[in-house]
Design a binder for this molecule. Sequence first.
Ligand code: HXC
Length: 510
Amino acid sequence: MTKSNKQILKISELKQKNQIAELGGGEKRQEAQRKKGKLTARERIGMLLDPASFIESGKFIYSKDTETHNGDGVVCGLGKIWNRTVAVFAQDFTVAGGSLSRANANKIIALMDQAKSLMCPLIGLNDSGGARIQEGVESLGGYADIFLRNVELSGVVPQLSAILGPCAGGAVYSPALTDVVLMVANTSHMFITGPEVIKAVTKEDVSMEELGGALSVEEKGGVSHITCESESECLEKIRNIISFLPQNYLEKPSRLMTGDPITRDISSLNNLIPDQSNLPYDILELITTVVDLNSFIEIQENFAKNIVIGFARINGYSVGIVANQPNYLAGCLDIDSSVKAARFVRLCDSFNIPIITFVDVPGFLPGLKQEWGGIIRHGAKLLYAFAEATVPKITIICRKAYGGAYDVMSSKHLKGDVNLAYPSAEVAVMGPEAAIKIISRAEILAGASQDKLVEDYKNKFSNPWVAAGLGYIDSVIEPSSTRYVLGNTLELLKNKVAVVTNKKHGNIPL
Ligand code: HXC
């Protein structure tokens, strides 16, 4: 055989090996995957990354249970999104249900270590039945090794997880340790134990969709952050979220000019907030009008709707928005909204994203359910998160800022950098109707007009001027100037230097 013939044979062997590895669990299983409305692991990576940017690692690794399947149920490698390096793994459900073996875990671990040394985001596309049952403790150990790295990478590089199939056990705990979890309606599920185990143990009858479907997981548990209609939408959303984040905690997010002028006319906002302070309005209208057009991406839209969180751009700058929603539970703070916002504030702070807070909050939600559920502990998380955050913090009190909630919502006292208010702001310990019943009890018993007492209270407290007079509010602005003021302020605060007390770590009330 000539030298060139030998080469041809070797190349043909390589092509064959590549073909086998790329087929994963085989055509039949891939077809079954497509029939469920799911893509294959490689198709997902292809859609997620910039074209032709993927370099695979561990392609030919196999383990004792899946000898015939090179790659062992996970595709790993480096690639680019917006021309920036990312590390990505995609579990392949066609190989032993994407379950995690020792060999499979080792590939993911190596990738995580690479993300750490390259200081680049890590993206996990999960589609896995959890620990590979046949491998026993080896697969459990593999998951623990991954969890450890998720924790070590937390706050160092952004970690994003998509749930793209039936995910159980470790395949849900690793995503839970990451920054953003996305799901797809109808095709993705996440749970610790499936419907059958639940029925056997607790006798509860629940369908797979009800238990771990995308909407249940987001709306009831607040575990996932974004629900998408299709896998392609989910992969596009990941690309979008990456654009708001830096590569790691040492960098700032890129400024991306959108062409939307900072002086755009938003005078309609002067009529948004109702005169009567008990009437609702949609804070989303304010947010989407103020930020660069179409730039707002809401996180946990279906969970704790009394607070709105998400990423946006203002004059091209990446910002995190936190806003009370008067349209839902009057925008009050409760357990779920406090936890939701606290985690988001910490995410922004980890990755140098300035936080803009719109305040319209009547206080904390009263009631036994809240008190016994630990609202004091959970509300403290939001207080802690805002107080701890060292990124530029800009706060606008739109209307109510009552009681402890005034303090909590990124107030000046928690080192807000620039604290503003609209003329409609009401900053007080509580609303006038409740307040007069306490402080004017004697007058009311003596027959004084409650309307008059309410009016007097409003004149004294239900306005921004007392707080502004004390310097707790830097300036009172017209709503129509919000976009320009925020853009300008972000520019002026962009070189803020974080001053942190040296310590091991704080003890957030978990
Ligand atoms: C090995 C597995 C597997 C697993 C699925 N498969 N899960 N193989 N280990 N954990 C295999 C099946 O045998 C099957 O192989 C193929 O994957 C597809 O599975 P199906 O059951 O046919 O698919 P489907 O009906 O869609 O159901 C998917 C599923 C279900 C809901 C994920 O397979 C399931 O409940 N699996 C077990 C989930 C679980 O309890 N895992 C352990 C978690 S404990 P063939 O050859 O027939 O195609 C864990 C501990 C970590 O992860 C630590 C946590 C803190």
